[in-house]
Ligand binder design. Structure first.
Ligand SMILES: Cc1cc2nc3c(=O)[nH]c(=O)nc-3n(C[C@H](O)[C@H](O)[C@H](O)COP(=O)(O)O)c2cc1C
Length: 350
């Protein structure tokens, strides 16, 4: 009897062949300052699709050049990006993977190499920055909606909004970074307004088709119970798929704590708890390395999908090997940092 990790699932009519997900991971050093796709990007994603992965979420692509997380980030801010991006979507489809692309704005985390004064919901006291005006917020909504439309034109099956890891959408939902007094701040409804408006606008444009709207959120924004409320709001707004990772930690609040004996870290635990409170499919991620670990999660109905990040970097055939009962080449957790954050060619397993 095959295990549930290899059971197909359908989202918005899209048939996903198994529950193994390649989460978004920027190929640092690959794109140039213009954010165009290279042949290496295409080969990178094609290899993982050929490797059997059910769902590929292509790395964070910037919705505006002034919101890039690094000068060499992939772009989706211009129609000129569509052609290159379509080659990634096509290559993944050729090998049977459903493919989303993560769309992103770094907000206050935009580095000085990209912009002099980064923007966010409120000023960041530590470095020069600026709170977005109402007009600028409207422009950012437009940037996200246009990026989603470009993703659709490029042939992707959907998008994932990057609402985690302390980037712009996360800065809005977090009570730590959002100190606005207007309709985009204050209580949960105000802090959720920007992502909810964006989701509704994208959903309106794709209501009659099968375009998937995913959202990556933090499980600690700032507590797990707050994150559960955020997840419910996102579901209500119309997302089809939720991906739980890290958010913005409150220095005065402890991290969510996995119960004694829970065999994964707090990030996976948060995802499993959030899943109990929503009815859309949930992806869990972080530190999941082996097929046995991934199967344990899906077999026990703790999550619908398991994302294997660095495992997919160290072995593009991760999923096929798992299906054949083989051990994928493991990521050896390079210290102080994974080489893919600077140059994937230096990965000892690459
Ligand atoms: C080189 C690298 C780039 C990453 N880029 C992104 C990104 O573009 N968007 C995102 O949401 N997370 C990004 N992440 C985080 C991964 O999606 C994932 O959450 C993280 O690696 C933990 O999962 P793992 O333990 O399975 O690797 C990146 C991680 C790595 C190693």
């Amino acid at each position: 009897m095959r295990n549930r990790l290899f059971f197909p699932i359908t989202i918005k009519g899209k048939y996903i062949r198994n529950r193994s997900v390649m989460p978004p991971m920027v190929c640092f050093g690959e794109a140039e300052n213009d954010g165009f796709v290279t042949d290496k990007h295409i080969e990178h994603y094609k290899a993982r699709a050929r490797g059997g992965t059910g769902l590929i979420i292509v790395e964070a692509a910037a919705v505006h050049p002034d919101g890039r997380l690094s000068a060499d980030q992939l772009g989706i801010w211009s129609d000129k990006h569509i052609q290159g991006l379509s080659k990634i979507a096509h290559a993944c489809h050729q090998y049977g993977a459903i493919t989303l692309i993560q769309i992103h704005h770094a907000g206050l985390k935009t580095p000085q190499s990209v912009v002099d004064i980064p923007v966010g919901p409120s000023k960041n006291y530590d470095n020069p920055s600026k709170a977005l005006s109402m007009e600028e917020i409207e422009n950012i909504k437009k940037d996200f909606v246009e990026a989603a439309s470009r993703a659709k034109k490029a042939g992707f099956d959907g998008i994932e909004l990057h609402g985690a890891h302390g980037y712009l959408l996360n800065q809005f939902t977090s009570c730590i970074t959002n100190r606005r007094k207007d309709e985009y701040g204050g209580g949960l409804a105000g802090r959720m307004k920007l992502p909810v408006d964006i989701i509704r606008l994208i959903a309106k444009e794709s209501s009659r088709d099968d375009f998937i709207i995913g959202y990556r959120m933090g499980g600690n924004d700032p507590t797990l119970s707050d994150s559960i409320k955020i997840a419910k709001e996102l579901e209500e707004a119309g997302i089809d798929l939720l991906h739980v990772s890290k958010g913005i930690q409150d220095p005065d609040n402890p991290l969510p704590q996995e119960p004694k004996g829970f065999p994964f870290n707090w990030i996976v635990y948060a995802g499993t708890e959030i899943r109990k409170n929503v009815s859309i499919p949930v992806i869990v991620v972080n530190g999941i390395r082996t097929p046995k670990q991934a199967a344990l999660i899906v077999e026990n109905r703790l999550a619908d999908f398991v994302a294997i990040g660095r495992g997919h970097l160290s072995d593009p055939e991760w999923t096929n090997k798992a299906m054949d009962g083989l051990e994928p080449t493991p990521c050896i957790e390079c210290q102080p940092r994974c080489h893919w954050y600077t140059n994937g060619d230096l990965c000892p397993r690459g």
